[in-house]
Design a protein around this ligand. Structure first.
Ligand code: NAD
Ligand code: ZN
Ligand code: ZN
Length: 379
């Protein structure tokens, strides 16, 4: 089968790889019709993770079931399915509680498994013609009859729509409250979409890319261009020095200033500054335990120079981590099916798999207009 393979920093190629196949009776084999490039892929693409050369990338996947293992009862050949990026077993103590991002079975010695991801187990990604899905009955979300025609929306259930939603839940957002989102990439835009659906009174979003801010504005968010103003000063003025009720971190450890200089602690300290005393902060942007390539000596060891005293004085709550996609995807699917959510508003490019290397390069540069790339290996 054709697949996109990570060869080394900023080097990915499309080539022939051994076909994905059923390896255990609980597996499902999916023909991938739509798969996305994610901001998380860029951490790997840039060589800022332990990703091994020769592995197939891609964790935002959907398609049609072509084969099921002998122990699969529920999922049938021909079903249209979307796969959470986290792989769960369904029976460990974390999966039982809905914490499928921290499955204890699928990646022994580590809590959490995913497709085509550094440190998350040996599983191949779905930027390929076929994908092996472990524990298929548990992991496949079978989609409604409009699946084929609305793939651009449903594919977002694999990661970024639930992840954006998760950011607002970690922050503790309530209807009528205000919220600020740092980062207007795909995840930040999904957090804004989620906050508006949940009835936030005011949704602020911070970035410096005009195309991304424009998209945020188009759904009703209030945009803050941090290359022009200090977001903390702006938000303090807006809230008569009280701060906003809630905040989301949707950037991660490669946060940088508007000139491009990396400052891994920048977004967290801005959140501590802009959220009210007793407010909640949800962190879905990825931070890593070590980052040898970082310039900042603290960041090399996975540490941040956090304004912890200020956080403590303000009595803020910080909640972090990977999204447990399965915990949200069925209900978010209902929102899409009933036209209450349309996450596809962020899609800027739909391409064949062959075009993936160029797409990685351009998305990585955050070129104007390259907001979210979806690939169609099935074409
Ligand atoms: N927790 C999870 O389960 C989960 C799931 C998916 C993605 N992620 C992570 O979420 C993060 C965002 O993903 P994405 O796809 O939107 O990535 P992206 O890189 O496309 O977007 C990040 C955005 O942040 C902006 N930015 C950078 N520094 C900033 C700063 N100091 N202030 C404000 N904005 C700043 C960039 O301009 C960019 O638009 C990544 O770290 C990704 O790995 C986490
Ligand atoms: Zn992703
Ligand atoms: Zn499990």
């Amino acid at each position: 089968m054709k697949a996109l393979v990570y060869e080394g920093p900023r080097q990915v190629t499309v080539k022939e790889m051994p076909d994905a196949q059923i390896e255990k009776p609980t597996d499902v084999l999916v023909k991938i019709t739509t798969t996305n490039i994610c901001g998380s892929d860029l951490h790997m693409y840039e060589g800022r993770t332990n990703m091994e050369a020769g592995r197939i990338l891609g964790h935002e996947n959907m398609g049609q079931v072509v084969e099921v293992g002998a122990a699969v009862d529920r999922v049938k050949k021909g079903d249209w399915v979307v796969l959470p990026f986290n792989i769960g077993c369904g029976f460990c103590t974390n999966c039982e509680k809905g914490l499928t991002g921290y499955c204890l079975t699928c990646n022994p010695g580590f809590a959490g498994a995913a497709y085509g991801f550094a440190d998350m187990g040996p599983y191949s990604g779905g930027q390929a013609e076929y994908l092996r899905v472990p524990y298929g009955d548990f992991n496949c979300l079978v989609l409604p009859p409009d699946a084929k025609s609305r793939q651009k929306d449903y594919v977002m259930l694999s990661d970024i729509f639930p992840t954006g939603w998760h950011a607002t839940r970690l922050a503790g957002l309530m209807p009528g409250e205000s919220i600020v989102i740092y980062g207007a990439g795909p995840v930040g835009l999904m957090a804004a979409h989620s906050a508006l659906i949940q009835g936030a009174a005011k949704v602020y979003i911070v970035d410096r890319h005009p195309d991304r801010l424009k998209l945020a504005k188009s759904i009703g968010a209030i945009t803050i261009d941090d290359s022009k103003v200090s977001p903390v000063d702006f938000l303090m003025k807006e809230t008569r020095d009280l701060g906003v009720d809630r905040g989301c971190e949707c950037v991660g450890y490669q946060a940088h200033d508007a000139e491009g200089d990396e400052q891994p602690d920048m977004t967290m300290n801005s959140l501590i500054g802009s959220v009210k005393a007793t407010g909640g902060i949800g962190v879905v942007g990825v931070f890593v335990p070590e980052d040898p390539q970082a310039e900042d000596p603290l960041q090399k060891k996975g540490k941040l120079a956090l304004d912890f005293g200020k956080l403590w004085f303000k009595g803020q709550t910080v909640r972090t981590g990977q999204c447990n996609v399965k915990h949200y995807n069925r209900e978010l699917c209902n929102l899409i099916h009933n036209e209450r959510a349309n996450p596809s508003f962020i899609v800027s490019h739909e391409l064949d798999l062959d075009k993936a290397p160029e797409a990685y390069e351009r998305f990585d540069k955050r070129e104007m207009g390259w907001t979210k790339v979806i690939l169609h290996p099935g074409n």
